[in-house]
Ligand binder design. Structure first.
Ligand code: ATP
Ligand code: MG
Length: 464
């Protein structure tokens, strides 16, 4: 068998080969695939010295993803989508993930950004969900399905412990709301997190999303997604936009920067900013430092360059063959008990202590107490599922706040189920212990019937 490859930087590789067996000439039209080989209609790519089935291929207006969508395949997928619309001129494309068996937040957020951009340009996108049940649930829960195919899929209403679904923001107000939503989800999910860690994560999330608003000129704003990797005790956040990219923003102000790799290298250094009147050059530097201090991982993709930093591999900056239009930041932050993340934010030699969600949302009153309004905090009062995130959040607020007393205000709560009462109050009583529960908590404005149910739940737990 002989085969040859021609390369077209717009994302269209033509591979042709003649098969020795039947002498039939096959031409496969594929998107940017390295080391490709074709056999009996199966598309193969070279991976770790062996040929494995190709993960990305396009036929007509359909781009299919097969197997695991890794970083390299993601670039090919983005190029293939670009090719469908800007070279083949399709106004509707189909993204077929039915055979996709694994996908990761950074790659998928990049795909979602591309889809949002294409929707804005008037292109219709149809998504076929993965057929594997776990994978299709992942697409729905993380909001990827909605962001890819806004017509077919509703926004995610997922309230679990693994993801804060990907959210889009395009103004300062939307950015603020998105970060608040994410912090609420983290507070309602994680019990191992220290206040210092949450504060540092909040700072980094604010900085990186702020960069989208301040520098990117992205026509669709940005996307932000947070994932909790429980086993590694790491929080990962991904922020991506479809804007001018870091080289596009930084190079006009810094003519000494010769290429995209140098631009990314410069952007993560302390004090490097495109404009001193706009920023101080702390955001990327501080976020990178946090990931380093916590033995996490930091990735930056923009233009023709990628930057990666981890404890194991150090700092690596590489040239990319396929450009990423816009910017993608992926940061993993470890929150294991023995890390002192507060030391990560040192600017001009001074330690920076940012304000945090607890401070701004649970401000202590003059008498030293804070108020937790249950009717605002709960999405329902009928089930354990509704009560569980509320208890976690309450527990975190009690644990993290400096306030002497936490007032749980039950005004407007007219009825709760016994299981809800147990999930919130019974379990919290056990978690805090009787003395701490009565020392820190005041339940106010409670309806007599609701009070009876709460009393019963606590008494039952005491008897166990
Ligand atoms: N999403 C983005 N799109 C385009 N350019 C970006 C983006 N994020 C960062 N940059 C570029 O990288 C530079 C450094 O970013 P960094 O967040 O470290 O500092 P800053 O935003 O300028 O200042 P500060 O973060 O202190 O407010 C920015 O000035 C900008 O030129
Ligand atoms: Mg910044």
């Amino acid at each position: 068998m002989s085969w040859k490859r021609t390369f077209n930087p717009l994302g269209n590789n033509l591979h042709s080969h003649t098969s020795g067996n039947d002498n039939k000439r096959m031409v496969c039209q594929l998107s940017l695939c390295g080391g490709l080989k074709c056999h009996d209609g199966v598309h193969l790519k070279k991976s770790r010295g062996a040929y494995i089935e190709m993960s990305i291929f396009s036929v007509g207006n359909r781009v299919s993803v097969r197997g695991e969508l890794d970083a390299a395949d993601c670039s090919r997928l983005l190029a293939a989508m670009h090719n469908e619309v800007h070279v083949k001129k399709y106004q509707d494309i189909e993204l077929d993930f039915s055979d996709c068996t694994k996908a990761y937040p950074a790659e998928m957020v990049a795909v979602c950004v591309k889809c949002q951009q294409l929707w804005k340009e008037g292109v219709d996108i149809h998504l076929s969900l993965p057929t594997e049940r776990k994978m299709s649930k992942l697409f729905l829960n993380t909001n990827w399905a909605h962001l890819i195919d806004i017509r077919q899929f509703e926004p995610s209403r997922y309230r679990g412990y693994t993801h804060a679904p990907a959210l889009r923001f395009s103004s300062g107000k939307e950015q603020y709301e998105a970060i608040n939503k994410i912090l609420e989800i983290l507070l309602a999910a994680l019990l191992k997190l220290k206040r210092e860690d949450l504060r540092i994560i909040e700072w980094a999330l604010n900085e990186i999303t702020d960069n989208v608003i301040n520098h990117s000129q992205s026509p669709i704003g940005g996307l932000v997604q947070v994932t909790n990797h429980r086993q590694q005790s790491q929080i990962q956040f991904v922020v991506a936009d479809a804007g001018i990219g870091i080289p596009g923003s930084l190079r006009p102000a810094r003519p000494d920067i010769r290429n995209d790799q140098e631009a990314l290298d410069a952007a993560i250094r302390e004090g490097v900013t495109r404009d001193n009147a706009v920023g101080q050059g702390n955001g990327l530097y501080g976020t990178w430092q946090i990931s380093k201090k916590s033995f996490g991982r930091f990735r930056l993709l923009s233009g023709y360059a990628s930057l990666e930093s981890s404890e194991r591999d150090g700092l690596r900056i590489q040239k990319r063959d396929i450009p990423l239009s816009g910017t993608l930041v992926s940061c993993r932050i470890g929150y294991a008990a023995d890390l002192a993340l507060e030391d990560a934010l040192i600017f001009s030699g001074k330690r920076h202590v940012p304000t945090d969600y607890i401070e701004t949302h649970f401000e202590a009153r003059e008498d030293g107490s804070i108020v937790f309004d249950l009717s605002q905090e709960s999405e329902g009062f009928g089930s354990r599922a509704a009560g569980d995130p509320v208890r976690r959040k309450l527990h975190n607020v009690i644990r993290m706040s400096d306030a002497d007393r936490v007032i749980i205000d039950l005004d407007k709560v007219l009825l709760v189920s016994s299981s809800y009462a147990d999930e919130v109050f019974g379990k919290l009583f056990i978690e805090l212990g009787p003395l701490e529960f009565s020392r820190r908590i005041d339940i106010q404005n409670v309806d007599p019937l609701v009070q009876a149910l709460i009393d019963k739940a606590i008494l039952q737990r005491m008897r166990q």
